[in-house]
Design a protein around this ligand. Structure first.
Ligand code: AMP
Length: 227
């Protein structure tokens, strides 16, 4: 059965890392809307120039722009057999638009990664990304941390929106939008909550177990609806 999955959670929850890992293991295409926007900013496209203003302030880019980007991506032939979305939806309007895109597809699995705010601030303050390929690198506890990207050898830098002031704004934006978004999904049989404050391997194992259970619940619910 096709695996259609979205990862919800605050900045620094590990959505990107876990989405990438899960996508690799399940051989499903993955997209991060943040990565698409950063690439657009880097290439100075029309969308990039528009998005940069919001991203620099830690605010959300408009729903219409984001829905258009995701609709286009989901129409790709390789995404028809399943996908993982990281960073979308961020608002109820985006979630409702995604539901419309999902008619005629198998149920959406929703993974909500929960991490206490103090831990998020700590993680974001030490997070680095590769200036060349965009990969994320977080120094281990007590070490000086990597100096070059483990994937391409590029220079590691702090993300423009991981500075203290912008992090505070991004967490505030997340808090305001998260509750209605989680309420939108919570009653679904395919909704799972994951403790993201654990080691990455443990989080990955919990996600794998929760997704299997959600797929079974989703299939049962779909079966019940057909009867
Ligand atoms: P991220 O890499 O997911 O933390 O996203 C970085 C920034 O891109 C966010 O702070 C927003 O400005 C913008 N962004 C990414 N995804 C979305 C989305 N689904 N809706 C609105 N803005 C987004």
């Amino acid at each position: 059965m096709a695996l259609n999955l979205i990862m919800l959670g605050p900045p620094g929850a590990g959505k990107g890392t876990q989405a990438e890992r899960f996508a690799r293991e399940r051989r499903v295409p993955k997209v991060s809307t943040g990565d698409i926007l950063r690439e657009a900013v880097h290439d100075s496209t029309e969308v990039g120039l528009l998005a940069k203003v919001f991203m620099d302030r830690g605010e959300l880019v408009g729903d219409d722009v984001m829905i258009g980007i995701v609709r286009e991506w989901l129409d790709r032939p390789d995404a028809l057999g399943g996908f993982i979305l990281d960073g979308f939806p961020r608002t109820v309007a985006q979630a409702a638009a995604l539901d419309q895109m999902m008619t005629a597809r198998t149920p959406l699995i929703i993974v909500d990664i929960v991490v206490p705010e103090a831990e998020l601030v700590r993680r974001l303050s030490i997070r680095l990304i590769c200036a060349e390929c965009g990969a994320t690198a977080t120094p281990g506890n007590g070490s000086a941390g990597p100096v070059a990207c483990g994937k391409c050898g590029g220079l590691l830098v702090q993300r423009a929106d991981d500075t203290d002031a912008v992090v505070r704004e991004r967490l505030g934006v997340y808090r305001r939008n998260a509750r209605p978004l989680v309420e939108y999904y919570r009653a679904r049989p395919t909704f799972c909550t994951i403790d993201g404050a654990q080691a990455a391997d443990r989080v990955a194992a919990d996600i794998a177990t929760a997704v299997e259970a959600a797929l079974v619940r989703g299939a049962r619910a779909a079966e019940g609806q057909r009867r």
